[in-house]
Design a binder for this molecule. Sequence first.
Ligand SMILES: Cc1ncc(C[n+]2csc(CCOP(=O)(O)OP(=O)(O)O)c2C)c(N)n1
Length: 803
Amino acid sequence: MTQTLQPNEPVSAAMEPSTHLDDAELASLDAWWRAANYLTIGQIYLQDNVLLREPLAVEHIKPRLLGHWGTSPGLSLIYAHVSRLIRRTGQEAIYLAGPGHGGPALVAAGWLEGTYSQTYPDVPQDLAGMHRLFRQFSSPGGIPSHVSVTTPGSIHEGGELGYVLMHAFGAVMDNPDLLAIAVVGDGEAETGPLEGSWKGVSFLNPARDGAVLPVLHLNDAKISGPTVLGRKDPALVRSLFVGHGYDVIEVTGDDLPGMHHRFAAALEIAHTRIRGIQDTARGGDWDGTVPSWPMIVLRSPKGWTGPAEVDGIPVTGSWRSHQVPLSGVKENPEHLALLEKWLLSYRPEELFDDAGHPVERVMVNNPAGDLRMSSSPHGNGGVLTRGLDLPDYRDYAVDVPTPATVRAESTRKLGEFLRDIYRDNPDRFRLFCPDETNSNRLGAVFEVSHRAWMERVEPADVALGRDGRVMEVLSEHNCHGWLEGYNLTGRHGMFATYEAFAMVSASQTIQHGKWLEEARHLPWRAKIPSLNILLTSTAWRNDHNGFSHQGPGLIQVALTQRADVSRVYLPPDANCLMSVADHCLRSRSYVNLIVIDKQPQLQWLTMDEAIEHCTRGAGVWEWAGTDDGSSDPDIVLACAGDVVTMETVAAAAILKEHLPKLRVRVVNVVDLMTLPRPKDHSHGMSVDLFRELFTDTVDVVFAFHGFPGAIHQLVHGRPDADRFRVRGFIEEGTTTTPFDMTVKNRASRYHLVMDALNNSRRLPAGAVELKTWCQAQLKRHEEYVVAHLEDLPEVRDWSLEAP
Ligand SMILES: Cc1ncc(C[n+]2csc(CCOP(=O)(O)OP(=O)(O)O)c2C)c(N)n1
């Protein structure tokens, strides 16, 4: 059969059954599937009488019926068959359920494989364990309804639909022996992220990477209606995926055991072709053409094997089976009887012995040891995590003889660091970037690695190739999702993106953060490399691209995440960036945001000073102010973020020149999470340090990179938090000059000087004149930029004098 099937030929109902599936195997496969389905329904409905050893009664039914049945039988069918494939071939595989609402199916699989009981000894593989398994599902104090962090073997929750293929592709990058089975819901396939993620095959190198086998679970229904692909002519569906570069294998029907035979054959064909592609590439025979990777389209009824009709209305094969096909079971005796009939239709007495343990016929379908997908170490990537061999970041220092006299593109230094990390870690580090590696000044990485690219390469192309490992795809979703998959399977990386467009994938940042937050409560989940997001090409320096490119929203997102996961760093210069990057790349199980612009910028600190500053997270820059530290200053000028740091230091310089008697303290914050109280965030600085920097009473003019409200939120509960006057991005922007951006947002040096004078406790003579001068400067600026199309020379070329 394998030989006769051509690429893209459907495995049709008319074809001969696979010769490989003998009666004993069929019986075992089917028994495993029935057991998984039984356990799925049990989890949704039962709190007692778990094996129906007595007639089903109202008190055996859970008070709240929660969970999703519709997708589950399909998920379990695929799982059962992949397990068989693993047993026959020794293939290492992980299973990602796109429709993660089919959680009970994957929990059932883990329990049948014994992994669940090994992970949670209080849920043994017996009657008491089954009782516990059922009661805990979707219950207070129990487990969530999706394929969540608690599910052994899972790296994909599947709650927010759309990311399954990305996670699968990320998982197999640099994982040559791994096969990721990625089940895609046909509703999920309507999402933008999922539709864009079929392109993963254009970036997968069969010689070096593992393989993804997508199984499009085409059950024709979503929550309350049909799916687009379900209602399309199958020929069109096939052309769509052929166009995406796949070799489409179709399995259709609901007949048994015919579907078992056909699905077994389809899987065998797909696997043989995957191995063929890999063998050719690894054997040195590959002519470089992008392979046509197999995928399976499984057309089977939604809610398959469930009640055909309820109250005279068809349920199986329709969206009505999506969640709980029989509702009101406690109140409706007919529904109770239907549920009992449904559960008994799986013949539980054949599947579980007297002690409630799965019988041998079921158990033989399980692969052994870590080949069980619920036990794969790739599904708990922290156990495979090897740290990075990091070069000494101090070797990338920018020479800063005195503050604010040297300009450099800070991210260019980071690019050199990343280049050497690539060189020293050829199997466990990747940079992910939506087509902006050069633009973000990280292009040094191309000295050691091309961009990964399996499509045609033309002579004029630069740094593109099959062996490349820099991941550039114009999709923030793919970049983010691939990196998550890479992290979750234990490898390290960085996602570098324009700050404003990090909001495209912000929801993924949130979802991954949730995963990490929950994983912290599970001792068996080993910590994984942190998700490192570099936000560059920032709001303040997108003066050439304009308002659409000006948005520091991801910082706000980070602030909503739990304190034990979320970290935000705003290094003001290259040396601080190096220190922060080194720290983030060593860290585990955090979401680290690093915010710094790519344009040439003034440098403030030597490497030694930067290390000390970043280690504390915030500090006084004595050289910038006029405060000798002997008593409280008249005003504190604080800043977090590169451009606003420049404006703050410039404002302090103006005050120093015009009002040398005013005692001004300048505080720079690198680690934003030092601002909250220690009880609110583990990085929160102590009361004493906070007082040392900000005093308890002196007013603070705080210039912030992001939205001003963030600082108010962070200093909540600090002494007299009202004294913080915050300037930041207030949604004013356009295509204009760099300094005009700060003026438009009322965060320019002149605004900061006026803020300082308005809030200072003491005003030396000359303050009124200085305010008038600032207003005049702003007026001059406005006229000058319009007339000359660039900033005032004294602003554009501003720096501190070398002493
Ligand atoms: C991004 C997103 N939007 C909406 C939902 C709500 N939702 C949960 S399940 C579902 C239908 C899923 O249909 P499909 O992917 O076909 O899965 P299946 O039919 O196998 O259940 C929807 C819309 C969601 N989980 N994620």
